[in-house]
Design a protein around this ligand. Sequence first.
Ligand SMILES: [Ca+2]
Ligand SMILES: [Ca+2]
Length: 382
Amino acid sequence: MVFSGITIFQLCTGVCVSASLLLSSCEEKQDALDRIQKAHQIAIENCKDDSDPQACKDRAIERTAQAIAEFQLSWARTEAEDHRSKQEFKRSLIEKIMEITDPVIREILLKIVQEEIGPQEMSLSMLGQATISDLAATTDSAYLLGSVEAMESAGLVHGDGRDGDLIIDPANPGTPIRLINKVMNISTDVQFELFGTIETGIMSGQVIVQVGEGQTGMRQIRVISGTLTLDSAYSGMEDSPINMTVKKGGRSSMVVAADGHTTLRLDLDASTHPLSFGYDQSPFLEIPMIETSADTFQINVADAPFDYIHVWDPWPVSDFNKDGLYNPSDIGDFSVALAEQDIRTDLNMDGLYTSEDLDLFLGYHAEDLARWQFQSSRFIND
Ligand SMILES: [Ca+2]
Ligand SMILES: [Ca+2]
């Protein structure tokens, strides 16, 4: 099945909202359409492992086209009304989306519209603590007699158990430092404003880390594995908590400065939620903390812009070779895949593999490259 004329790529022209509102709403509409496209890219990515990738792709295109059509219709109906504020417009838009009969499309669009609130309109507070302590003694035979993988996920072993256990201290290269597995318990109240309503939740979990034996003060801590749960009553998630797992071999890290200022970066997999189709499955959280005493960290972010707790929402297709880097290799690999008619490369969903798809890719890639460079070079915990 081939769809043509999907309007997701059309830029807004003219005024997008009822005349009583002058607006950036045009951009917001485009942002929502971009989110639908991101969800589509994830769906197509998952299709490459399907037994019938082409049929899977066709189904994804059909669902995306339906989501776009329903969104455009809901937007147009809302536009036809008179609204005094952007908040009122959004509430009305959500009411229209709630009337959509297909539950999957409805939930996707609800999530997309709610996430579409940008950093400028959303502030966030966090108040909590992270404490590093020794791992509890494990007597559970499921782990002790389990596979290396099971033991690893319980934080009992790591790597190959040899070279990875030691690092060299630059200040004292003759004496290697032994790395010890420990557990970091994180618990923080989270509060954010959405549609003028204060939403609250608790983000908590355990992260397995490796620390240098006897080290305090300025140091780096390896982040090995772990799980965080955002237990939020946020209505768009149907009261279902979001579970986030630290990616093995991802970009997670923890750096403690001499003054105790600490950056915890977590490269997470959040794909297990039933509505994960509708949101970023790979959030990258940066949580600022301060070490107040050895291995005890305070998380105290008061009314900061949402971007402070940074969730990067890249185009799934941009890092085409999935190595966590955004560089010319992705463009080269995308070009090769496009020539081979790889289903992931038909970005405008017209069933053809042409320079139009390459142009779209170059745009997505450039956007994420800029964001990636910004993120890599920034971060001060103050
Ligand atoms: Ca890459
Ligand atoms: Ca195409």
